[in-house]
Design a protein around this ligand. Structure first.
Ligand SMILES: O=C(O)CCC(=O)C(=O)O
Length: 279
């Protein structure tokens, strides 16, 4: 069952006001255990969109996408865990498409931050109804790679230049939109920044327009593995962009269209919901 906290008015209010909401105890050990094994398999067999950001011998910052294409465990987690129900509740959505799966692993001793960015410019999707559920498999602290957010930045109505998140360098061939994101770490007092320390089982849900970053993993022995699932609701619209690392195979919609069911998999309502199964 989805966490009761996920569906409280408080969580929805935080998500809409701050652009980010913390969902405590969202996932049980059963689901997390399934991902533990799936993540280790994904690390051992990187997909075509995978990247390594840490210099050799100094930890590992590994990212990959679309693991469920080759992994029954990721597929089952996406389709059957409480993830989609949480996203639907917080987006107040009656239909959800899964736009991307993003794995982000920082092994101990990785001195590489995730640089400030927002997810909006990396996808062909408009601002409304587009958000991510970030699911750490390890407890996270500010020392082990916690996420931090500039709360309220989703309401600035800006689209900042996409960067490579592990280097901070501008993504080649991308539109610059409204220019680079501000250097929030240089003057954190000018922003409403919150760092989220979390337990295993907790999750964060954040708008695609909310600026965020993550700390390096400077611990000696604590892993920081996270799965980020990106969802679009019926409020989202097709909005073609120039630099889209994880584009669907047939992006043939007119700008401004609703997404339709051929482009991305529908994950809410759940397929078994029609039979009256509990979701
Ligand atoms: O896990 C991280 O280091 C960053 C995650 C992130 O930027 C995202 O999920 O959009």
């Amino acid at each position: 069952m989805p966490s009761a906290a996920a569906t409280t008015g408080d969580a929805i209010a935080a998500f809409e006001r701050d652009g980010v909401a913390l969902v405590r105890r969202a996932f049980t050990d059963r689901w997390l255990g399934m991902l533990d094994e799936a993540v280790d398999a994904a690390l051992a067999t990187p997909g075509p969109l995978s990247r390594e950001y840490a210099p050799e011998g100094r930890g590992r910052f590994f990212t990959d996408h679309h693991m469920s294409r080759n992994s029954e465990s990721f597929r089952q987690f996406i389709e059957e865990s409480p993830a989609a129900a949480i996203a639907a509740a917080l987006l107040r959505a009656s239909r959800l498409w899964l736009v991307d799966e993003h794995l982000l692993v920082k092994e101990p001793g990785t001195d590489v931050p995730t640089h400030w960015h927002h997810d909006l410019p990396y996808y062909d999707i408009s601002r409304d109804g587009f958000a991510s559920l970030w699911i750490p498999l390890d407890a996270v602290t500010a020392t082990s790679g916690a996420m931090k957010f500039a709360k309220g930045s989703h309401r600035w109505n800006k689209v900042f230049t996409p960067i490579r998140i592990g280097t901070g360098l501008e993504a080649e061939g991308a539109d610059r939109f409204d220019g680079p994101a501000p250097d929030i770490d240089a003057s954190p007092g000018d922003y409403d920044v919150e760092t989220f320390e979390m337990n295993r089982g907790d999750a964060l849900f954040f708008q695609a327009g909310t600026l965020h970053a993550a700390e390096p993993n400077r611990t000696a022995a604590t892993r920081r593995r996270a799965l980020s699932l990106r969802y679009a609701s019926e409020a989202a619209r097709w909005q073609p962009r120039t630099y889209v690392p994880s584009r669907p195979s047939k992006p043939d919609l007119a700008p401004g269209s609703v997404l339709g069911d051929n482009l991305y998999p529908v994950v809410w309502p759940r397929r078994d919901a029609a039979q009256g199964d509990e979701v």
